[in-house]
Design a protein around this ligand. Structure first.
Ligand SMILES: *Cc1c(COP(=O)(O)O)cnc(C)c1O
Length: 476
């Protein structure tokens, strides 16, 4: 086979194969176990020596479809509640294929005016969706980790500037440590961003008032009074208990003390879509930088994230390469997005976002946010009705933190039992949920964040947990 130039005729046929596989796969998805152990061995078929000649387009794609559709974790189906993993709406998924079909180099306007314009449009739509000022600078990223990196890079630039240093040109040498404050809800990805930025992951001081990690606002006030220019990380959505930092109060303090407020809204920023949950993120519009994910609550395929920054010039100063700080005009059409974020070459990540917002609009995405909260509350009711389940945290958006607690079981046995239960759930594969440690207790914390999930899926989750829990408790 060899040279792909000889495979020109196969290009459309290979895409056709994928399209023909899509129908049966998507039809089966709601009924498939999350992971089918009987197909797990198929991943071995990926392995083998690097081919010298190659099998050709059709054979390679047929093989990948055969292995992939069976051995994949069906996490885009309705019963994957582990971590916070969104699905892909039909429009977003199809647009992701379009992204591959068109294969745009989306970093430079001259390389793709189409991709640049799509990015500008979706960033404006997203600001509107979240109630963020239209004047904010913005850029699409691969993820909330990269968006946290983006926001915190701008914060670092601002902070170094307060010390008279242009950190883009000269780095951090000679500067003190940057004071960073947060609650106990700070996500590891923010620490990773600080570590990548050379600020050190241990630079964060968490100011907490209880063992869940809730922010001690008064302690933050006192800390800011003596810290000099500082950065606050507000967490709009904590992944274990589902609580939110008081962004409004943090914005007040940032304003009073002249601090930079960065908000990690990876999933929680979408609470702004519904009047039922908007109070959870009140104040985010006053943040200096905001990070969020597209591949969680927006239900756009991996990878997708976005960062927003109040000072439009900050992105270009932090990321403008080639010695050219870059400040697009508000109505600028010719934006080179590679100057506004961590990546240079990048795919046209705007297309799936554009498609899902165009297809379902503000109302459709609000309906999804509200349904997920309804489903979380339904699970909460199943838990409180069940004598062997214990709800551990109030339900805010879509995370339900609870544990299996059979009547009479001694407290000191519960961590072990729930850890075993978490492993049994994954082994069983009908529903996926993971364990965490919440206030010192091993707990399950399913996240309901997939557009496909229905009441039946939620009821199945509750019953599988009880069924496996009962079996483990009997045999222990
Ligand atoms: C998932 C998550 C992140 C990181 O997002 P990635 O998309 O995995 O990079 C950051 N913060 C919070 C609160 C999250 O839930």
């Amino acid at each position: 086979m060899g040279d792909p130039l000889n495979a020109r005729e196969d290009a459309a046929e290979a895409l056709g194969m994928v399209a023909r596989a899509a129908g049966p796969y998507l039809d089966a998805l709601p009924h498939l176990p999350v992971r089918d152990a009987t197909h797990a061995h198929l991943v071995e078929d990926l392995d083998g020596p690097l081919p010298d000649v190659g099998d050709g387009t059709i054979a390679a794609i047929a093989d990948l479809l055969r292995i992939g559709t069976r051995a994949a974790t069906h996490s885009s189906g309705p019963r994957f509640f582990h971590f916070v993993v969104g699905g892909a709406t039909p429009a977003a998924q199809a647009a992701d294929w379009v992204t591959s079909l068109l294969d745009q180099a989306a970093g430079l306007w001259p390389a793709s005016p189409l991709a640049a314009r799509a990015e500008t449009v979706v960033l404006r739509w997203l600001k509107e969706l979240f109630g963020l000022p239209e004047s904010h600078g913005a850029v699409l990223t691969t993820s909330a980790t990269a968006a946290n990196l983006t926001g915190l890079a701008c914060a670092r630039h601002w902070w170094a500037g307060r010390h008279g240093v242009d950190v883009t040109a000269d780095g951090l040498v000679g500067l003190p440590r940057m004071p960073v404050f947060s609650s106990g809800y700070v996500h590891p990805s923010s620490l990773k961003a600080l570590q990548l930025l050379g600020l050190g992951r241990d630079v964060v001081r968490t100011l907490t008032r209880d063992d869940a990690g809730r922010l001690d606002v008064d302690a933050l006030d006192r800390a800011l009074a003596s810290s000099g220019p500082a950065v606050l990380i507000g967490n709009a959505g904590e992944v274990n208990g589902g609580d939110f930092d008081p962004l409004d109060e943090m914005a007040d303090l940032a304003g009073r003390h002249g601090a930079w407020l960065h908000v990690d809204g990876a999933f929680g920023l979408f609470a702004a879509l519904s009047p039922r949950t908007a109070g959870l993120v009140r104040g985010v519009e006053r943040a200096d930088s905001v990070a969020a994910d597209g591949h969680k609550w927006l239900n756009v395929p991996y990878e997708s994230g976005f960062a927003f920054v109040r000072d439009r010039s900050a992105l270009g100063r932090a990321f403008g390469a080639w010695n050219a700080p870059y400040l697009p005009e508000p109505d600028e059409e010719f934006i080179n997005y590679n100057n506004l974020g961590p990546e240079s070459s990048r795919r046209a990540r705007a297309f799936p976002i554009w498609a899902t917002l165009r297809a379902y609009g503000r109302d459709g995405h609000r309906a999804m946010v509200e349904r997920h909260q309804d489903l979380a509350l339904r699970l909460g009711r199943r838990i409180t009705e069940s004598p062997d389940l214990e709800l551990l945290a109030p339900i805010t958006a879509f995370i339900v933190c609870f544990r299996y607690r059979p009547p009479g079981a001694p407290e000191e046995t519960l961590d072990h039992l729930n850890r075993e239960l978490g492993e049994a759930l994954i082994e069983d594969g009908r529903v996926y949920a993971g364990t965490t440690v919440y206030r010192g207790m091993v707990a399950l914390r399913p996240a309901i964040v997939n557009w496909r999930t229905t009441e039946e899926d939620i009821d199945l989750l509750a019953s599988v947990v009880r069924q496996l829990g009962t079996r483990l408790h009997r045999t222990s």
